[in-house]
Each structure stands twice: as C-alpha cells, then as structure tokens.
Design a protein around this ligand. Sequence first.
Ligand SMILES: [Zn+2]
Length: 374
Amino acid sequence: MPTLHKFAVLVIGAALLFGLLLPPDDDGDRTTVVKPAVQGTEAVPAAVSGGPTASASPGGTPSAAPSTPPPPPQPAGAQAAQVKANELGQVPVIMYHRILAKGGSEIDRTPGELRAELERLAKGNYVPVTAAEFVQGRIDIPAGAHPVVLTFDDGNPTQFALDAAGNPAPDTAVAILMEMHAKYPAFRPVATFFVNKDPFQLGEEANAGVSWLVQRGFEIANHTYTHPNLAGMPTAKVESEIAKAEEVVKKVSGSPSVTFAYPFGNTPRTRAKDNAFVSKGDTWQFQGVFLAGWNPSVSVFSKEFDNTKISRIRSEDKVKKDGCDKFCSTAWLETLDKNPDNRYTSDGDPAAVTAPSGSISQLAPQYADRARVY
Ligand SMILES: [Zn+2]
C-alpha cells in the first residue's frame, strides 16, 4: 500500500474513532479528498486481480434463502460465449453535475468534455441504461455491449432546458446526448437526473419540461428537497427532506422515484443501518440508493450487490487532484478496457443472466432461474 494511502487510512480511522464528521463540500457532491484514497485502495487490487470490486458491503440485497436448491444454470447460447458475455461484471455509474463552458468548479464539466466522454463511451460499445433500469436488472442492450449509467445531480438548467422551438437547448447535457445518439444510433440517449426542490430551475414550467424527459425514457429521481448534508442530521429531518423531494418528483414526473442519491454522497449515519432510509411506508420506496464515489458498481445480479450503497464514479480526467488519476471516469474507463473480464458484457438476452463458468458462483440466488453459463 502506498504511503499516502496508509496515511489516508490512518486519518479516516482517527476521524471515525473520535466521531468527527467530514465536512461537506459546498460545490456539490464531492465527499472528501481522503475518501477516494481509502475506497480506491480497496478497489485497485480487485480490479487488477479479476475479483469483484471490494467496495460493496457483504451480504448484498436482502433476500430469503431459497427453500429448495436453485436450479443448475442452463448452457449459454453460442453468441453469448462468442462475445464473452459476463453479466456479473462491473458497471460504471458516472456522476455529473453542471455542464458549463466556463466558470465551473472541479465537479462540473464543459460541453466539450461531456461530448468527448460520451463519444468515447459510444465508440467503446457502451450503451446507457437509467439508474432505475440498472437496479431493476432491466439491462436490455445488444450482445457484446456494456451498460453505463449516466447520472446528473442537482437538476441544473445546464443539464436540461428547452429552447423556444421546444428542442433541447444547445450544449445542455440532454442536447449532447441526443447529438451522440444521432451520430451513434446504438447509443441510447437516456440518463438519470437526481433533482431537488426546483428541477432544472423550471419553476412553473417543471411539469412540461420533465414530461418531455420522461416521455423519452429519462429518469427523474430524488436527491432531497434542499440538498443538505445528511450526515448527523436527526432522523425526522432526513425523512422530511426525502419526503418533500418525493412530492416534487411525483408532481413533475407523474410517478415516484425508483432511485435516490445522497447529497454530497453522505449517508445520514443516524441509525444503525443506513438502509433504514431506503423506504418509508408509502411515502417513498427506493430500489437503489447511490453514493458519490469512487468505483464502478458491481453487477446488480451479483451476490455482492448492495442496493443501499451503489458506487458512482465522478466524471473527470486523469488528474492527480482527489485521486482522479485512478478513481474518476477517464481512469476507470481505461482500467475497465484493460481488464475486460471484470466488466459487464451483455449476452443480448434481457431474460437471461450469463456468466463464464468460473464466476457463475457470484450470481445472487434470486436470479438462479435466469442463469446461463459457458
Ligand atoms: Zn447533489
């Protein structure tokens, strides 16, 4: 372990020991500078050695033990084997904030940077799925393609706005996604927007604007009402933040959130189990809860998958700052390219879950009847 990482482990260990809370960052969802070093230290050997990512909690999605042994996996089709399908591999969930030509902070990207990253994904045979599709295991992409989840936080107008003619305003994230789909038709123009009290600052126009997105397969989801740091916040306040945002999401999109992202990636820590906030009666029921860093997610079909703590990757070049030379999007996409056996590759059949015989034991039991192996 590099000395810097050892130091980071000591620092965060001491902070936890003394109950110190890490300060939020005013600019957005970046949690802390030390966090990538700590999580990344766990992730690098896993990525290099071919194992699953070490970032997820053990246990995975809670599920009852089957009363009868699961059926043995069926043999995979020739095409699945030919494309080396691996639906237990890692999936990059990329986190974006504002799309600003200039004046952005380090978590923002320029239109040119977003365009370059999406083009790189399209050329790399990645196909976007929404966060909801991902957590529900609805990954319907061609054989040989890799899913990528594009998430945009805070509902900023640089992500989505319509011009006077009713088209996405130039250089917004949605306009750039549509451009990329026109250039690479297999690249589905879908994404997830984690929004707060005034989605895209549309005010009274929010219903019409969000309808435009929802009709085209984009996902609108809960990111709290006022974007507070939930760490240490009393339970009743956390619940109020989530509940009020859920009212907004239902009002503007016509349906409840399927997913949720913590502001700043900070979990409330006010209950023994953070997943106490995954659902609250009929008020909200999330099927996936997203963090702010720093690894690809394990596959939703893996027994390692924990739907209460899904890792995302910040969109950023390979710069030293914040560990982005290893743990932001450019670096991770390179790592996944170099370790193709670790990456999720589709078998082309959304009803089947295919993996090589060496890794099928990682399949979560609730998917046993869909298993295919080669
Ligand atoms: Zn945010």
